[in-house]
Design a binder for this molecule. Sequence first.
Ligand code: AMP
Length: 136
Amino acid sequence: MSETIFSRIIRGEIPSHKVYEDDKVFAFLDIGPLSQGHTLVIPKEPAATLDQLSDESSAAIGRILPRICRAVMKATGAASFNVLQNNGKDAHQVVMHVHFHIIPKFGPRGLEIDWNPGPFDHAAGAELARKIAAAV
Ligand code: AMP
């Protein structure tokens, strides 16, 4: 568990443009927006990455996230959006407190994805799926 700027935002020690709050979740506008309406939805629990988040906070985020997406779409008029969730430095995470980005897409404004799919080996895939399933 780590103390980051987001814990201070939740406590109101650093100002934010809040759009939602309940006992487990806080949401506010990103100050480095990729597009108008770029919003961050965070658990109040200070877990660094999603794999470390409790079931209770995960459920609370899952319950409210679609509603905040709808509100962002309604307020900005965007018809498309991405939800982005980075975990770890190599995956572009800068603030080590779990957060979901809601990023409206307006033409070129919004999230640009460099998506380079590779080949799929079914034998290796079957083994990997077994390993992941056993670990869940
Ligand atoms: P990530 O790269 O996924 O860790 O994203 C962190 C996000 O936090 C970035 O998009 C930042 O613009 C945003 N951010 C950092 N500090 C603040 C702040 N004080 N208020 C709002 N958003 C912030």
